[in-house]
Design a protein around this ligand. Sequence first.
Ligand code: SF4
Length: 458
Amino acid sequence: MRHTTEKIVERKNLVVNPVKTCQPIGAMYAALGIHRCMPHSHGSQGCCAYHRSMLTRHYKEPVMATTSSFTEGASVFGGMGNLMDAIANIFSLYDPDVIAVHTTCLSETIGDDIPQIVKKAKDNGLIPRGKHVFHANTPSYVGTHITGYASMVKAMVDYFAVPSRKRSDQINLVPGFVDPPDMEELRRISSSFGVAVVMFPDTSGVLNTGLTGAFKMFPRGGTRVSELVTAGEAIATLGLGRFAAGPAARALDAKCGVPCEVLDLPLGLAATDRFVMALSRHTGVPVPEDIAEERARVVDLVADMHQYLYGKRVAVAGDPDHLFPLVEFLLDLEMDVRHIVTGMQSKKIERRMEELFREKAPDKRPNFAAPGDLFLLHQWIKNDPVDLIIGNTHTKYIARDENIPSVRVGFPILDRVGHQYFPIVGYRGAVRLLEMILNAFLERVDATVPEESFELVM
Ligand code: SF4
């Protein structure tokens, strides 16, 4: 990072420090959100080891997954034999209810036909009665971990949801790529409207468990297969995150006729308002008083501390579903968002971002790149400095080199705690985001003000 140059030259075929990682990481994470599910990586051991370690480092929990363990033979002749052996071994050794297979670059390049292999495994009696094997294609030479997550969640619909004439008093929630406490919070908010909620995937109770002294291969959490089946009879589906959740919500609508609404992730005030109002509209229930009170707390905190937020220049890096509501929140706080990058190619988010700035900050024109990388973000910051960086752990190198405070939001976060325990979605999450941003500024003030301005009360 210290060698980053100020001069920006056009780069077409070189990415330096990407704001993304590979598809199977997202697919593996989504699969862990099904109860008693073993994610299976169809490829070499190295891919699986990398994906597991990335998730383990972010969630600080052991992540279980199996691999087809390709060697030269599978690379040349295809991975059918390896996957058939794997399915038999996994059911006999670990006894999961579900195996969720995702492909890797290698098995995609070979062209393994996973549905055909799974059918053969079924015909050969390798899949015990009442157990399931399903799959998603996740070639990592295209897309990002968000594409992989979206494909695996859509596969849950394709394999399990059953169309029904019956309409139950149930809302489906499809969360984007968020952490387990966020999923817990989304369920809590939705349940406060008094309806049944089926959420898939749901990694709460899987990747945020306590230390009890007893190892459990399959923790208590996760969406049940029976719930995935009944998703087809809900009154509505809310997809939270256009890129990560949108494909599954729309697939459920197409397959089962469950009307869907695809919203932004409820990060910050305005996006949470839209989520809460959508819940109220679809359930026919007025917004509960407790939820309104939570909103009032966010407004109160903003009113109290606005002086520390107003006009502060910010750079933001992250996944596309996080970016829009996060930037919207920062603009609502009257902060000055200067630079925005995401690793995913997206004209859509570029257009939405332009509209957002036209509406909320018409005199500002931020730098925006989709796809962009952290090298470009660093160059922009060198040319137009900021007071704060918001992004994943990798942004810390820019923060250190430029001596700027940073706040960790997104994936992966390898060097801080909190994201495993506290949500950033909903109104409670908005308070946490504000707390992280404000504390970053206030600590900087304490560390840098002259002695005569050093205050006890801020
Ligand atoms: S080979 Fe492909 S799937 Fe495996 S770790 Fe690399 S990018 Fe990911």
